[in-house]
Design a protein around this ligand. Structure first.
Ligand code: OSB
Ligand code: MG
Length: 370
């Protein structure tokens, strides 16, 4: 593949319902899309940077100049055989993993388009359907939360995850368990606690949770290891796992029993695959996290989830939970038993609605080889 041109753009899409975590509430998404061009073929990638630097230090306004000043010039004109070569192309730039991932994944997408192969096969996946869970944000009231949980259980989702924070945690989990004693339930704190909350966190143990996701600091592994040693409930790390090396550190120190892989957080498909393989060798099951993606990022998450060690339901759910109208056709649908069927079609199996994307675009720059 010779990368002849790269397009960077921002699109804006309102969520059908706000999404609230311990770090804040989102109503509208601002999303960066990348397109890499080679000889009439296109590859698309979505950056999962947020509207603010609250989940991670990267955000949309740090990503834009990182793309235009460093990452796009580094990739433009390169002759590469696979997305696997992207980390070396971007190696001088420290961090900025979410930005790197969008470009690397666009290259994988382009390769599958040129070879007319399903992306999931290119990644080494084997599953013909994947299991889905949902992540339900903090709501204005317990009644509103119950209504949401009820809808998702009825829709067939295989795991309910609720967001927690101090003041919306033990009280909420207790109410959920008294209504749904057996549902597969987990919680995600997005780093809302410290070791000062240890005794309070212990109360989570009574709710038979599948896991407690990222209870402590976003960059911590050591203190999660201390917590995991004392806890029966599995700890799952999200924010702290940014590379195969941090996953190895977590595995070797016993900081978690489950890992959430987000391809954006770790810098792209090649690093995600390395984490997947490393976790398998340590017998740590993984699942695919979500970042409120449009259909482009979502279809990439689906492809990644076909790998063998993605053995727990992911935060990969139907388009209609997020968007009035998604930018792919067909939209992502989940069956009544909580599964997404994997198509044998080339690339992702979902057509990108370029006309709709143009309408949603608020800024765009194209870079060409001179
Ligand atoms: O921690 O998993 C998280 C959304 C934005 C930022 C962080 C997280 C999330 C989710 C949503 O939980 C998952 C999804 O439905 O896409
Ligand atoms: Mg999380």
């Amino acid at each position: 593949m010779k990368i002849e041109a790269i397009t960077l753009r921002e699109i804006r899409m309102p969520l059908v319902h706000f999404f609230e975590t311990s770090f804040g509430r989102t109503y509208h998404r601002r999303i960066l899309l990348l397109t890499v061009h080679d000889d009439g073929a296109e590859g698309w990638g979505e950056s999962v940077v947020g509207e603010n630097p609250f989940y991670s230090s990267e955000w949309i306004e740090s990503a834009w100049p990182t793309f235009t000043t460093y990452l796009i010039p580094a990739l433009l004109g390169e002759d590469i055989a696979s997305g696997r070569e992207c980390p070396a192309v971007f190696a001088r730039v420290r961090g900025h993993r979410m930005a790197k991932a969008a470009l690397e994944n666009a290259v994988w997408h382009l390769e599958s388009a040129q070879k007319q192969l399903p992306l999931w096969k290119l990644l080494g996946g084997t599953r013909r359907e994947i299991a889905c869970g949902v992540s339900i944000g903090i709501q204005d009231s317990v009644e509103q939360l119950f209504e949401k949980i009820q809808i998702e259980i009825a829709a067939g989702y295989r795991r309910i995850k609720v967001k927690v924070k101090p003041g919306w945690d033990v009280n909420i989990l207790e109410r959920i368990r008294s209504r749904w004693a057996d549902v597969t339930l987990s919680c995600d704190a997005n780093s809302a606690y410290t070791l000062d909350n240890l005794e309070h966190l212990r109360e989570f143990e009574q709710f038979n949770l599948l896991m407690i996701e990222q209870p402590l600091w976003d960059d911590d592994i050591y203190y999660h290891a201390r917590l995991q040693k004392e806890f029966r409930t599995a700890i799952c790390l999200d924010e702290s796992i940014v590379s195969a090396r941090s996953a190895a550190f977590a595995a070797e120190t016993g900081a978690c029993r489950i890992i959430n892989i987000k391809v954006g957080r770790v810098g792209g498909f090649s690093e995600a695959l390395r984490i997947h393989d490393l976790c398998r060798s340590h017998k740590i099951p993984v699942w695919c996290g979500g970042m409120l993606e449009t259909g482009i990022g979502r279809s990439h998450n689906i492809a990644l989830s076909t790998l063998a060690n993605f053995s727990l339901p992911g935060d990969v759910s139907a388009s209609k939970r997020y968007w009035k109208e998604d930018i792919i056709d067909p939209e992502v649908e989940v069956s009544a038993n909580g599964m997404i069927a994997i198509a044998d079609a080339p690339v992702t199996g979902y057509r990108i609605r370029t006309d709709l994307i143009e309408q949603l675009t608020v800024r765009k720059e194209t870079f060409r080889v001179k």
